[in-house]
Design a protein around this ligand. Structure first.
Ligand SMILES: [Zn+2]
Length: 171
């Protein structure tokens, strides 16, 4: 049996699996940040990476896209059960992220952005098994036309936050 040592190399995949969740880290929207974490992995000695991997707490690197006003992110916590015999229980939670950029926008825009994220939670389409999440996004479709976004838009129209889509111009 091979004993592992703190000086064993840590692959990028192992490192990335532990710290970078696509829900939390938008590689495409944060190219410099993505370069920086790859650089960190390459640069630091293996014992640093091994030590980081050993940390029992869940560490989330939250680097959302600057293009998004807000975001709904599913979360999971561990908590001591009220019934001592039950030990530790898992609490699923959802984080609604709202960008600081919103403060620079008109109030009406902010109202709609906030309602937008609540609509995602209302529809439950942050759950990974939700039909809208399972559907592979068509990259040629506009963001707002992707299934989850369309459902939110329709709901915002219903709630009085947005106007129905204008007919698309034909190319
Ligand atoms: Zn959305």
């Amino acid at each position: 049996m091979k004993l592992t040592s703190v000086d064993d190399p840590v692959s990028w995949d192992t490192f990335a699996d532990k710290f970078f969740d696509l829900e939390w880290f938008d590689y495409k929207g944060r190219p410099k940040t993505a370069n920086a974490v790859r650089y960190f992995h390459k640069k630091v000695p293996a014992h640093v990476l091994n030590t980081l991997l050993e940390i029992p707490e869940k560490i989330i690197v939250f680097a959302p896209t600057p293009a998004k006003n807000g975001q709904v992110v599913p979360m999971r916590f561990l908590k001591n059960a009220e019934n001592q015999n039950a030990g530790i229980v898992v609490v699923n939670a959802v984080l609604i992220y709202l960008s600081p950029e919103l403060e620079r926008r008109p109030q009406k825009y902010v109202n709609t952005s906030v309602a937008h994220e609540f609509a995602h939670v209302f529809l439950g389409n942050f759950r990974l098994d939700h039909p809208d999440m399972v559907a592979t996004p068509n990259p040629r479709e506009e963001y707002r036309d992707q299934p989850g976004e369309k459902a939110v838009h329709d709901l915002l129209v219903e709630w009085g936050f947005e106007k129905p889509h204008r007919k698309k111009k034909t190319k």
